[in-house]
Design a protein. Structure first.
Lengths: 196, 196
DNA sequence: TACCTGAGTTGACGGCGTCACATGAGTGCG
DNA sequence: CGCACTCATGTGACGCCGTCAACTCAGGTA
């Protein structure tokens, strides 16, 4: 099995090299030639492990979706946290990826959503997230509010990432926006509860 | 002046050709060779009017920001509409660009925010939008809520665009999310009003 | 008319993704 | 032990791409 071990090592070296290049220099820096060079192989070697460049990038995105799902699952399972804290933590986890690895974040949402691997990994995250939302607004409203909260966090991350929240006009940080969003939805739900 | 007229016509033909190629085939289809061909000139002609490809794309993004700002300004000035309707209209205008011209929408938010032209055009939109938000939540809170609402709409557009809202799990449309968001913020503000 | 200015064309360069083919080391079988 | 085979990898080539420099040539000017 020495043969397949070496091949597996090369494969993961390619993925790691591509991820590093993406973080360091953005999508333009991710060249199969550069990926091969950093992984210690030639420019044609990736074709032995991935159908093409896009498939290599998709694998990176899937890994990112999965690791974010893991992070949110840990938040959901934390017995110390309040429902609000769990929700804010989940939203900030998404935004945190955008801050720490902006190019990876963009890749995650630009990878085709009909890819089964990507859809599965993103679905894992959505399930964990929905469970957290349900803890705050109830099962029946979790879908609607979950979509709204996910959109909001995604938009905050996107605007931070594109620099449109950094302009002096909006002196608001993502943390504050997340807190406002959670408060707004909580008060909306309480309104409904009070009326019902 | 026949000379400069022809040059101006070529310049706008290049911009139009690039926009059409972007809408039809995405960023990968926008090639200076293809742009020149569609505009009836050669592959080198764009360099007589734009420093490079990126500057051509930036001009397209600036035009898009400006025309969206115009649309929101018309909404703001509409005397018939209620404050809520104005706000929902503005949010849906943003989302509408994402639906009708997804590649253009992505280009708008990927163009460098430090470009003075782009920043000015985006600033026009933000000013119009802030005025609308102020009509609902008051001047003092317009900045905070404006940032949150803009983020939310941008996130809705982004998730629709990437297909993550289309999956059967979330059977929620952008219109419904916008209405929920506006309602949530309105009830939050009323809470504060009631308490104060 | 003669000059000149500048928009537009074209050839060339390096870099890219990708494919077809060559190579050579590991592997299982006799 | 040796041989044939398999498959990861290397390499040359192709057609694209953005970009630049040199050239052409029509419009405007003196």
């Amino acid at each position: 099995m020495r043969r397949t071990e070496a091949a597996a090592a090369t494969r993961s070296a390619l993925v790691r090299a591509a991820s590093e290049l993406l973080d360091e220099g953005g999508p333009g820096a991710v060249t199969l030639r550069a990926v091969g060079a950093r992984a210690g192989v030639s420019r044609g070697a990736p074709y032995g492990h991935f159908e093409n460049k896009e498939h290599l990038l998709t694998e990176i995105a899937v890994d990112a979706w999965n690791s974010l799902a893991d992070e949110v699952e840990r938040l959901r399972a934390d017995p110390e946290a309040t429902p609000s804290a769990r929700l804010e933590g989940a939203l900030l986890a998404l935004i945190g990826v955008g801050r720490r690895q902006p190019h990876l974040y963009a890749l995650m949402f630009s990878t085709p959503a009909d890819d089964p691997e990507a859809a599965g990994a993103a679905g894992r995250l959505q399930d964990q997230f929905l469970a957290i939302v349900a803890g705050l607004v109830g099962e029946s409203d979790a879908l609607r509010y979950g979509a709204l909260l996910m959109s909001s966090a995604h938009g905050i991350a996107g605007l931070e990432l594109s620099g449109h929240l950094a302009r002096e006009k909006w002196k608001v940080g993502g943390e504050q926006l997340v807190r406002m969003q959670v408060d707004a939805i909580r008060s909306g739900v309480e309104d409904v509860d009070a009326r019902g």
